[in-house]
Structure formats: C-alpha cells, structure tokens
Write a protein of this length. Structure first.
Ligand code: B4P
Length: 189
C-alpha cells in the first residue's frame, strides 16, 4: 500500500498516520517529524530548518525532496509507505511523481482529512500547552494556515483528477476518525 495523508495543520495527519501505517504494515514517514528530530539533535539540517519551521513557512523543496527520496529508498519502504505531510506543494507532487515513475511504482490513495479552520486553531493551541511545540503559537499557526491554503490545498484537486483522493471527515473522536479512514480505504478495494 502506498498512501499519502494530507490535511491542514491540526487536521490530524500525524495523529492518524501511526495507526494507518500499523494497520497496513508499512512505515509512516513524516517530514515534520524528520525535521523536528534534526532540530532536537542539533544537526546541520536542523540548524538550517529551525527558523523556517518556527515561522510556519515551508522548508525549501530541494532539501525536502532529497530527504524523502532517500527515505523511500530504504528497505522498510520497499513494499509500501504512508507519507505524512509530503508533498505539500505542486513542485513536491512533481518530484514524488517523478520518483515513483522512475521506480515503476504508483500511489494507491491520498487520504484528505477535512476539518473546519476554527477547530484547527483550537487543537493546535491546546497542543501548545501540552507539547510546547515552538510553531504552535497564534502568529505561526496563522501563517501555517495561509501556506496550507495557498500551496497545499491545490493538491486536492490534482489528486482528485488522478482518481486517488479519499476525503474523510476529520471531526470527531480520534478513534472515530481512524475507523472512517479504514472504511473509506477498504471501500476502494
Ligand atoms: P507537520 O509536522 O506536518 O505539522 P502539522 O501540519 O501541524 O501536522 P501534525 O501532524 O503535527 O498535527 P496533526 O494534524 O496530527 O509540519 C510542521 C512544519 O514542518 C511545517 O510547518 C513546515 O515548516 C515543515 N514541513 C513539514 N513537511 C514539509 C514539506 N513537505 N515541505 C516543506 N516543509 C515541511 O494534529 C494536531 C493536533 O490536533 C494534535 O495535538 C492532536 O492531538 C489533535 N487532534 C488530532 N486529531 C484530533 C481529533 N479528532 N480531535 C481532537 N483533536 C485532534
């Protein structure tokens, strides 16, 4: 199974990615997690991306694309993967398409988690109190939402045209949303 999960900041991508990946026996690959781990470990990549993430902007495509291609080439991703938070703009879509085509592979589905924008901000502000992520403050959240609307939302119509989009209502209990995702993917066969 080769899957993407797409959604606005706070829609529940990272929250659901682990269960989906476990269900299908594939690795969940989150570009956000990879960047945060690098910041935490003080690597050169971490130093490069920290200010960008703190502002809620996108890390440059050439950096992100290379990391993803490298990760997808690892043994555990050979039979499938779930990409969480990538691609995030149409350039990244092209980079992923080129990689898959070159490897003779194709995506099975793109899960879109749909949540009302006001709920999203409330979720992220709640997470700020629990986890203290430096990009979960009101100003950065506003920019992340803007970046999502301008750069990431156009991906939905791209994948809809490709017949890959599976839209799921992301409002409700976490378990409920997870079951909706499984039902929607199972319905595709
Ligand atoms: P991400 O790590 O992808 O951050 P995110 O969009 O906030 O999603 P996340 O997975 O953390 O949160 P979720 O919706 O699960 O990206 C962070 C930054 O990294 C970006 O701003 C960018 O700078 C950089 N980056 C990442 N990928 C990139 C790329 N491809 N290109 C360039 N730059 C990139 O959940 C949020 C909260 O909601 C959680 O607290 C959760 O508990 C809660 N929640 C989830 N589901 C819920 C539900 N059903 N009910 C109530 N609360 C719920």
């Amino acid at each position: 199974m080769r899957l993407l999960i797409v959604g606005a900041p706070g829609a529940g991508k990272g929250t659901q990615a682990g269960s989906i990946a476990e269900h299908y026996g594939i690795p969940a690959i989150s570009t956000g997690d990879i960047f945060r781990a690098n910041i935490k470990n003080g690597t050169e990549l971490g130093r490069k991306v920290k200010a960008i993430m703190d502002a809620g902007d996108l890390v440059p495509d050439e950096v992100t694309d290379e990391i993803v291609v490298d990760r997808l080439g690892q043994a555990d991703a050979a039979t499938g993967f779930l990409l969480d938070g990538y691609p995030r703009n149409l350039h990244q879509v092209d980079a992923l398409d080129a990689y898959l085509k070159g490897s003779g592979l194709a995506l099975d589905a793109v899960v879109s988690l749909d949540v009302d924008p006001e709920l999203l901000t409330a979720r992220l502000l709640k997470r700020a109190q629990i986890e203290g992520r430096t990009d979960d403050n009101e100003e950065t959240i506003r920019n992340r939402m803007k970046v999502y609307a301008e750069q990431t939302e156009p991906l939905l119509s791209h994948y809809e045209k490709a017949g890959l989009l599976v839209s799921v209502d992301g409002v409700g209990e976490i378990d409920e949303v997870r079951e909706r995702i499984f039902a929607a993917l199972d319905a595709r066969g």
